[in-house]
Design a binder for this molecule. Structure first.
Ligand code: R5P
Length: 225
């Protein structure tokens, strides 16, 4: 296992310390979250009583595999905690998410939670967001027009492909990866983007994270907003 993977495992396993008996837990997506769900499964085997709401089909599959009980928003109004990964974290704990295409449901579970904890290896930390191309979920209908309007804000949107086919999110939408290079005002950019017809959600998570658990593979640091 390389240092980055060690760090992902480290923060994933650390994050479950914040999960207490009886909690409703938002389960994020991605390779860092994988370790969190695996550890959560072990704790459930040992008697921890929790229910999770997954942010992707992949996460739901891992939860089933590791024995983490699931529920949904027809039975739960508020989540106690959501634990999720990120593609970039800035100095104000603003995030870029959606590298795996799960940003829309991730934003729903982040928004529904009393506390959002982000788990990240050290490489995710940046001074300014934007080096990682910003994922934007768009309606398939007319996506070409939506992409042109997004482009006017200073990027060249690229339609996400997987195995040469257009990537389709769990919600049936497309993802545009938009390289802005440096995002100086994430809130303003989010508002401009979300105002474009056809944009379903952006991967900018501004002022949402309460804590970030970070590791370089050996040491853990917890940064609170
Ligand atoms: O859509 C995917 C999510 O936003 C992930 O949380 C993010 O891409 C980080 O993933 P990973 O932990 O695999 O780096």
């Amino acid at each position: 296992m390389n240092e980055t993977d060690k760090a992902k495992k480290h923060v994933g396993e650390e994050a479950v310390l914040y999960v207490k008996n009886g909690m409703k837990v938002g389960l994020g997506s991605g390779s860092t979250v994988y370790w969190m769900i695996r550890k959560l499964g072990e704790l459930v085997q040992q008697g921890l009583r929790i229910e999770g709401i997954p942010s992707s089909n992949q996460t739901a599959q891992w939860a089933k595999e590791f024995g983490v009980p699931l529920t949904d928003f027809s039975k739960v109004d508020k989540l106690d905690i959501t634990i999720d990964g990120a593609d970039e974290v800035d100095l104000n704990l603003n995030l870029i998410k959606g590298g795996g295409g799960a940003l829309l449901r991730e934003k729903v579970i982040a928004n529904a939670a009393k506390e959002l904890i982000i788990i990240a290896d050290k490489s995710k930390f940046v001074t300014h967001l934007g080096k990682f191309p910003l994922p934007i979920e768009v309606l398939p209908f007319g996506w070409e027009v939506t992409a042109k309007q997004i482009g006017l804000l200073g990027c060249q949107p690229i339609i996400r492909k997987r195995d040469l086919e257009t990537f389709v999110s769990d919600n049936g939408n497309y993802i545009l990866d938009c390289s802005f290079e440096e995002i100086n005002d994430p809130q303003k950019l989010h508002e401009q983007l979300i105002g474009i017809v056809g944009v379903v959600e952006t991967g900018l998570f501004v002022d949402m994270a309460n804590k970030v658990i970070v590791s370089n593979g050996s040491e853990i640091e917890v940064i609170t907003s």
